[in-house]
Design a protein around this ligand. Structure first.
Ligand code: BGC
Length: 412
């Protein structure tokens, strides 16, 4: 079999990176861009209490309100060909991106054909470079008219979503892989329970209602896509966390297991029979009440080598193909990224050997981008962007990842 230091991945394994519309395109007008304008000053003044001294010194832009306005983002809307040329040169054969609902349906029921054409061109640009598109239908922002009506709390929300999805799949009918919703857990929690994202609700009732609507919306979308495109593969991108056990039975039964069930498996259990694959976004390991890792990213998120492996093993029971639709870290100096990618891939390989059907890995993110309520300072990209000139520069870890993409092997 494998030489000890070379790990081969299965034939046809997909290698690439992800982005999302609002974080990279620029020029979006939606409920997020509205919220950013209203909250930029507050977010800038809260930076002092939110981030460590080390972070404050390293990223002084967090004190500037401009940091919190997505604005032109990285102008990917106009520069996608340049970005895809780089992805191709790095050996990527897959790319995940999202469609911006507010562009497609800027007014209720009025679809903008010009914007649909834009995404047709994006898909074509990928295909001509030999890169398979994975489309996320919804990665968080809403058209303003819809958020003003009540957004995800509306009884009619699943119907609105279904109409939008129908229009998209009928228009982009040569796409095979569809992700309906990005991270239902993070979105519902941040927006409706802890209230740090728009619409900043802190209500268990709103939270439960939104979860119900997310599940219904996924199911409706699943049916519409399958009816329209018989070859389509449909999934959701969940954000699973590895909750480490305590080794004390009682703590595990009352703490670790229920949290694990709610956060990691509730959506998947409710969506059974409505998904052809699982999209896994993986960033965290957690052990409550205990100190986090010594090794942390620029965001202060702990980096552990077994996170992805453990999270994948937890999904084995679903017996579905898994695509790792996000895995990455904020690392402006590019010091830990190569290590992080290799450790993650080592875990992916190990899980495949143990029978998990993993079929692809998408690093988050292809380019530096707008990190929601944190703004621009966290740098996740394989490609660094100069926000003044929009110039792109490939980070050295991206070349290391490219060696894996091009050879389908991980050299340790
Ligand atoms: C999201 C991305 C985000 C990334 C890093 C995921 O939760 O899908 O939009 O940029 O994590 O925080």
């Amino acid at each position: 079999m494998n030489n000890k230091n070379i790990l081969e991945f299965p034939d046809g394994f997909l290698w690439g990176a992800s982005t999302s519309a609002h974080q990279v395109e620029g020029g979006n007008v939606n409920n997020w861009s509205q919220w950013e304008k209203n909250n930029a000053n507050r977010l800038a003044s809260e930076a002092k209490s939110k981030y460590s001294l080390h972070q404050q010194n390293k990223f002084p832009e967090m004190f500037n309100p401009e940091n919190y306005i997505s604005g032109n983002a990285v102008d990917h809307y106009n520069r996608y060909e340049e970005d895809f040329n780089i992805a191709k040169s790095l050996g990527h054969n897959v790319h995940r991106f999202s469609i911006e609902w507010s562009r497609i349906e800027p007014e209720e029921g009025k679809f903008d054909e010009k914007e649909i054409e834009h995404y047709r061109k994006v898909i074509k640009a990928l295909r001509t470079r030999g890169i398979e598109p994975f489309i996320t239908l919804w990665h968080w922002p809403l058209p303003i008219w819809l958020s003003e009506k009540g957004g995800w709390e509306l009884d009619e929300m699943p119907d609105y979503f279904e109409k939008y999805v129908k229009k998209i799949v009928e228009s982009l009918d040569d796409v095979k892989f569809w992700i309906t919703i990005n991270e239902p857990q993070i979105f519902s929690g941040n927006s409706f329970l802890i209230g740090i994202w728009p619409p900043q609700k802190k209500s268990i009732w709103s939270y439960m209602k939104v979860i119900k609507n997310l599940i219904l919306s996924h199911k409706k979308a699943y049916h519409v896509i399958k009816e329209t495109l018989s070859d389509a593969q449909v999934g959701v991108a969940i954000d699973n966390i590895y909750f480490e056990g305590y080794g004390y039975k009682i703590l595990d039964i009352f703490l670790q297991k229920p949290i694990d069930w709610w956060w990691n498996y509730y959506f998947l259990n409710r969506l059974s029979k409505h998904q052809d694959f699982i999209g896994l976004n993986s960033y965290f390991k957690k052990k409550f009440f205990l100190k986090q890792a010594k090794k942390v990213s620029d965001l202060g998120w702990g980096m552990y080598n077994k996170t992805l492996y453990k999270t994948l093993i937890g999904l084995k029971k679903y017996n579905l193909p898994i695509y790792i639709t996000e895995s990455g870290l904020a690392d402006a100096d590019d010091i830990n990224r190569e290590w992080f990618i290799k450790e993650s891939l080592y875990g992916v390989h190990q899980s495949i050997e143990e029978g998990v059907d993993v079929r692809g890995y998408f690093y988050w993110s292809l380019v530096d981008n707008f990190e929601w309520d944190k703004g621009f300072w966290p740098r996740f990209g394989l490609i660094e962007v100069d926000y003044e000139t929009m110039e792109r520069k490939i980070r050295s870890s991206a070349f290391k990842y490219a060696e894996v993409c091009k050879t389908n092997r991980l050299k340790l």
